[in-house]
Design a protein around this ligand. Structure first.
Ligand SMILES: [Zn+2]
Length: 260
């Protein structure tokens, strides 16, 4: 049976001299492992489509539970990410995270209003463009927080959980474990040790990431101090929800000089 899906290659494993297995992220079937015969031959029409981070329309031959790539039509190449070690490390972290959190043979559109393939494509695109008008750190934060939302872990950032105020002269606090905001007037000693007094820019960025349409969620301006605060909050929030860390994240923090 032939099936056609738009998808992005999250990882690949070489088999023999010329072939490989690729893991393709799709909205319709979650993660699909497919074999790409002869994909490494110089004259193969799969050469670019089976590459890491290739975004393409894949025509697959499905036999029982096994997929083989029949043909593929490239939509966009993120090949240039490989030319920058920090960008490659960050994109690899995104890929490891999505691969870990996406089940096989399960329609992703049933559980999220956002297309996961589109979200991942935008994440790669923003990684590729980072340095022009936003930093890799801001791209990483937007990915971590918005992907948490897609996975069903949306924090309540609308207003104070207790009194409903949107702002407060004594500041707004984020409670990462409870995924809630609480204002300075409602702050309770029981929140000691697990609260973050948000810089106004940090809260603005977090609201933008969570509530904007997908193509706007990476687009926000943020100063150095708030960006650093945002980075700490989103990484902790995402790793706490996924209950693990990722080798590519550690590598990214190493090569970007952000590891402690
Ligand atoms: Zn309050």
């Amino acid at each position: 049976m032939l099936v056609t899906y738009d998808g992005i290659v999250l990882s690949r494993r070489e088999v023999g001299e010329n072939s490989c297995f690729i893991d393709i992220l799709t909205d319709e079937q979650g993660l699909i492992e497919a074999s790409a015969h002869g994909a490494n031959k110089i004259n193969s029409n799969l050469l670019s489509s089976a590459a890491l981070f290739s975004y393409a329309t894949f025509c697959l031959n499905k036999n029982k539970m096994r997929y083989t790539v029949n043909s593929a039509k490239p939509k966009f190449s993120f090949h240039a990410i490989g030319g920058d070690i920090e960008k490659l490390a960050l994109a690899s972290y995104f890929a490891q995270a999505v691969k870990f959190c996406t089940p096989s043979e399960q329609n992703q559109l049933e559980t999220s209003r956002d297309s996961l393939v589109r979200f991942f494509a935008i994440s790669l695109f923003e990684t590729l463009r980072a340095g022009e008008n936003r930093t890799l750190s801001a791209v990483k934060s937007a990915f971590e927080l918005r992907y948490s939302v897609i996975l069903g872990y949306a924090p309540n950032l609308v207003s104070c959980h207790n009194c409903g105020e949107y702002t407060c002269p004594r500041g707004m606090y984020f409670l990462p474990r409870k995924a809630k905001l609480v204002c300075g007037d409602c702050l309770n000693p029981e929140f000691e040790g697990e609260r973050v007094l948000l810089l106004p820019e940090t809260l603005f960025a977090m609201r933008n990431i969570v509530f904007s349409d997908l193509d706007r969620c990476f687009k926000f301006n943020i100063g150095n101090d708030a960006e650093k605060q945002l980075a700490g909050i989103t990484e902790d929030y995402f790793l706490y929800r996924t209950e693990r860390t990722f080798p590519a994240l550690r590598y990214f923090l190493d090569v970007s000089g952000k590891s402690c």
